[in-house]
Design a protein around this ligand. Structure first.
Ligand code: BG6
Length: 515
């Protein structure tokens, strides 16, 4: 007999570990309390994702959704907001019977974050829900609010005892980025959160980790024999990670001004993509193994220097998005006219491990670029010897494996092939795998997966504090360097960023892909 001591609930976990992972996982009884319900994210992503989960039968009958905001609203008014958000943004079709069931568990608590009485109301509402709806004492507090508000809300959760978990009941907190502004503020923020919730109850959302194609990076690398032998500096020349958006600030100027492209997406999404691309094989897919490999690789990342040459930043000016004329960022309502916040950022990194020695990783992101595309392109070295006449291979580029995160989700391999005809002429061709044609199932939205995982207490797809801090540690010197320079270089909307970004990569003898 095993003498191993198990934590409470350990046998349940072990049963769960042995279950068939293809079976749908359904959340147990619980409530989700959302702070910041009137915000964009809540309406466009969160509420629709909750409905989509309900529609797919993945929420329990004992489920409640509670909104908390400074609005003079009754439950019905909040339910109406959720209804409209679902109608407009849900992925799955609207079904009256699903909505009827979901809306029975919708509640609203009016109040401001510093209002003790409002939090006392929330506390008694939660205990009523446990009785009426059978939410079982399990509750997640979703902070979809600016980080400056965190201390107030967390203090209230501590004061009212809402953060305390009793026995098998759980209490969790979900936080949205930005996790700080730099390393120092990220640490301060984390101290505030960890005073109230233990690390295992903190779920930090990086929605890129919930994307199907991002998870496919691990499947591609570790379920196949084909790629891993060449996934290293012997064969790889460099890696380009691009997250290009064609949209502008989309009404988020207030949030974006002062944050900029590097803080907005390089610190989180792009560094996570890099970690998954470069990390070693985890011992298993347990949260601990995955995180430990990601942490190792994030610890090994160094900035290529000098930063003047290895980084670039830009700000879009008026131009075209497709056939539409668009204004420059400085003319966007809510953006300061003398702002030096970048809307484009590119950096060069190296990964100081044996596997990646000497392989540059180029990261770039921007708003109002030529098209919307996120991809990881692994570009291979040229063959060491070409037994052809030079003219035969003039059109042959470098082999590449491109993981297309979005849109046209899939994987593309570029290699040389003989052009039909009597001469031996070699030219680049591509081999495409597309999710859309290879599979009939459609992918869940990132927020559906992440919300469900959080309700199930499955933490693999949520970065831990160490990852957040390491990522800020990588970016901080760049931000400090930029702060001492003149403002960002202009680039017309609809192009691929400022000339300095092209120069940055050209200096290493390489060029950006034009996806
Ligand atoms: C968010 C950024 O994290 O990601 C936004 O704050 C950006 O600025 C968005 O537009 C892009 O997400 P997606 O899923 O559309 O690539």
């Amino acid at each position: 007999m095993s003498t191993e001591r198990r934590a409470p609930g350990g046998w349940v976990n072990s049963l769960l570990d042995n279950r068939d992972k293809r079976l749908p996982r359904i959340a147990g009884p619980c409530g989700v309390i959302v702070f910041g319900v009137t915000g964009d994210l809540s309406r466009k992503k969160l509420m629709p994702a909750i409905y989509d989960l309900a529609n797919r039968g993945l929420l329990p009958p004992g489920f409640a959704l509670v909104g908390f905001a400074r609005r003079d609203w009754a439950d019905e008014n909040f339910a109406e907001l959720v209804h409209d958000a679902v109608r407009e943004h849900a992925r799955t079709p609207f079904r009256e019977e699903v909505w009827a069931r979901l809306s029975e568990g919708i509640r609203f608590v009016p109040g401001s974050f510093d209002d003790d009485a409002a939090f006392d109301n929330l506390t008694s509402m939660i205990s009523d829900l446990d009785q009426e709806r059978g939410t079982g004492g399990n509750h997640a507090f979703y902070l979809s609010i600016p980080p400056t508000m965190f201390p107030v809300v967390l203090k209230q959760l501590a004061r009212t005892g809402l953060a305390v978990q009793n026995g098998d009941q759980w209490r969790r907190v979900v936080i949205e980025k930005p996790f700080g502004h730099d390393l120092r503020s990220a640490r301060e923020l984390n101290d505030i959160v960890s005073d109230v919730f233990p690390e295992e109850s903190v779920f930090r959302i990086d929605h890129y980790l919930g994307k199907e194609t991002v998870q496919n990076i691990l499947a591609l690398r570790f379920a196949n024999q084909l790629y891993e032998p060449i996934w290293n500096s012997h064969y790889v020349d460099h890696v380009q990670i691009t997250m290009a958006e064609d949209i502008g600030l989309a009404g988020r100027a207030g949030y974006y001004d002062g944050i900029g492209a590097a803080r907005d997406v390089i610190q989180n999404h792009l560094l996570q993509l890099l970690a998954l691309t470069a990390m070693e094989e985890p011992l298993s897919f347990s949260p601990e193994s995955l995180r430990s490999e990601k942490i190792k690789i994030l610890s090994a990342i160094k900035l290529a220097e000098p930063l003047d040459e290895t980084t670039a930043r830009g700000q879009y000016t008026a131009g075209w998005q497709g056939a539409t004329k668009v204004v420059g960022v400085l003319e966007e309502p809510g953006f300061r006219q003398d702002s030096t916040t970048e809307t484009f950022a590119a950096i060069t990194l190296q990964v100081d491990t044996r596997r990646w020695a000497g392989v540059p990783f180029f990261l770039r992101t921007g708003k109002r670029l030529g098209r919307r595309v996120t991809e990881i392109a692994v570009i291979f070295k040229r063959a060491p010897h070409l037994p052809f006449e030079k003219t035969m291979t003039e059109e042959l580029g470098q082999n590449a494996l491109v993981i297309r995160i979005q849109p046209d989700e899939g994987v593309i391999i570029r290699f040389g092939s003989k052009v039909p005809g009597t001469a031996m002429e070699v030219r680049d061709v591509t081999m495409d795998f597309r999710y859309g044609t290879a599979f009939t199932e459609s992918s869940p939205e990132a927020y559906e997966r992440l919300l469900l995982d959080m309700l199930l207490g499955e933490p693999s797809l949520f970065p831990v504090n160490a990852e957040v801090e390491l990522s800020w540690g990588i970016l901080d010197p760049v931000l400090e360097h930029w702060a001492k320079q003149d403002g960002p270089e202009p680039y017309p909307a609809g192009t691929w960023g400022p000339p300095s970004a092209d120069l940055m990569i050209a200096k290493t003898g390489r060029a950006w892909r034009r996806p």
